[in-house]
Design a protein around this ligand. Sequence first.
Ligand code: GDP
Ligand code: FE
Ligand code: FE
Ligand code: FE
Length: 186
Amino acid sequence: MEREQYLAAVQPRMPEKRYIHTIGVMETAIDLAQRYGEDVKKAETVAILHDIAKYADIAWMEQIVRDEELDARLIGWGSELLHGPVGAYIAESEFGITDEDMLNAIRFHTTGRVGMSRLEKILFVADMIEPNRQFDGVERLRKKAQKDLDKAVRACIRHTLAFLIDTKRPIYPVSLECYNDVMSVE
Ligand code: GDP
Ligand code: FE
Ligand code: FE
Ligand code: FE
């Protein structure tokens, strides 16, 4: 499928603001893929699809978790944590994507995970720094992403965990494992 077809498929499934975010992630992921020698078409496609499940019905997503035997810990965590794994399920079942690296990029784009591939790192970082994102420190993350992908991943994970703690939210075990992993290497 071509870019325009993927975009047309995701647009009706999300509000305008999220669609604009999706375009921003797509442009940023393409830029990072070119910079770091990743497959540009794969980066483009996972970026377009990454938030496809963000507005899906939670009960439906939890049913997918049970039926498809996804990580059972996802039950009860809401759409923030469900939409990555369920998005990967939609990418495979509706769009016929079979490339495991692409599916993992979508699956883990919210939490990260231990041992992320280059494509996974690109989507993870692009999601956080795309041009429509506005938060304290985002400019520093953007600069880092131009210089060193691993350092950018590490900074993004630190930022997310700090945000979760500041806002008194629980940390999903996979996010915590990912944090421990990136903080244990210098
Ligand atoms: P978005 O879908 O483009 O908004 O971005 P993400 O998929 O990366 O993140 C969705 C939301 O999940 C954000 O508000 C994150 O702060 C939040 N999030 C990421 N990791 C965790 C976690 O471990 N626990 C909780 N409670 N929220 C998380
Ligand atoms: Fe997301
Ligand atoms: Fe993210
Ligand atoms: Fe996103």
